[in-house]
Design a protein around this ligand. Structure first.
Ligand SMILES: NC(=O)c1ccc[n+]([C@@H]2O[C@H](COP(=O)([O-])OP(=O)(O)OC[C@H]3O[C@@H](n4cnc5c(N)ncnc54)[C@H](OP(=O)(O)O)[C@@H]3O)[C@@H](O)[C@H]2O)c1
Length: 265
């Protein structure tokens, strides 16, 4: 099988998560890296023995994965659109960037995805939508399916998917952070409190199954009149459901706002 050229532009949090996730696909891929920050380029060189370039020269085939911030994307296309051949698949995980915005610059096939950082350990969730039929270059099957669970989603759902899944790890890490804080306020050392929550978080996935609801899992931990029920009652009295709903709603709205900004609406 011919190797696939994969060009990753931007090697910050997500670009380096891609790189980590792809590390064992060396036989299937030729990886080309681009990063503006000299410090980051040096870090990649030290950790992966790969030499990123400062900027794109010419991309004539394969896949271009754009891992730069939304605010940099219009400038990127203004500068580089003529250096990207028509056959190149554009893969964009950029929050809020709609396919129609890219189509203003390029006629290429575009695959919009919204992964999270867990792709680095091949346990990501990767919703996708595209402006073409089928699996162009077999990129979804040969590459993305190696990085986690892949699912086609209508583009109109991307803002909510971005809030739930793209930002998803942050909700659980913030909850964990607050649990650690509660433990220390109630007398545990920071070290012990962190250890307890870390161990808890690492063990939780074993109980998560497709045919088990989260509500059921909560009920399994809770017994009437017990400690968990006391805590859950306190959460309910403090409108935990509303707090979470509003956070996801705000994140969804921000994604929609970014789409409008990028599309000059
Ligand atoms: N982080 C996540 O969990 C996550 C999840 C899903 C989607 N995303 C999306 O992924 C994108 C990247 O997020 P991130 O968190 O990885 O951001 P980040 O850590 O800021 O990384 C972006 C990197 O790209 C570099 N860069 C900017 N313009 C460039 C160019 N023209 N050529 C080469 N390098 C360039 C930046 O360098 P300078 O700092 O020097 O500009 C920076 O190092 C965003 O659009 C975000 O919406 C992120």
């Amino acid at each position: 099988m011919e190797k696939m050229d994969i060009h990753i532009v931007g090697l910050g949090n997500l670009g380096s998560a891609f790189l980590k996730g792809l590390r064992d696909l060396i036989e299937k891929t030729d990886i080309y890296l681009y990063e503006e920050s000299e410090d980051v380029r040096q870090l990649i060189q030290e950790n992966y023995s790969l030499t990123p370039k400062e900027s794109v020269n010419m991309i004539s085939k394969g896949v271009l994965i754009l891992c730069i911030k939304p605010q940099n994307i219009n400038e990127f296309f203004d500068i580089y659109k003529d250096k990207i051949a028509k056959d190149v698949l554009i893969c964009t995980p950029i929050a809020g960037l709609e396919i129609k915005t890219i189509e203003k610059y390029l006629e290429n096939n575009v695959l919009r995805i919204m992964p999270n950082l867990l792709i680095q350990d091949k346990t990501g969730f990767i919703p996708f939508t595209s402006n073409y039929e089928g699996d162009y270059l077999n990129f979804i099957h040969n590459i993305l399916e190696n990085l986690g669970t892949v699912k086609e989603v209508d583009e109109s759902m991307f803002a909510i998917v971005t809030a739930l899944s793209g930002s998803g790890p942050a909700w659980f890490y913030e909850l964990s952070n607050q649990l650690v804080n509660a433990g220390t306020k109630l007398g545990l050392s920071l070290k012990d409190s962190e250890l307890i929550v870390q161990e808890l978080l690492k063990a939780l996935p074993s109980l998560v199954h497709e045919n088990e609801t989260f509500e059921n899992l909560v009920n399994k931990v809770m017994s009437p009149g017990g400690t968990t029920e006391a805590g859950l009652n306190s959460l309910n009295n403090a409108s935990f459901d509303t707090i979470i709903f509003e956070a996801i709603q705000k994140a969804t709205q921000r994604s929609t706002e970014i789409s409008k900004e990028l599309n000059n609406e």
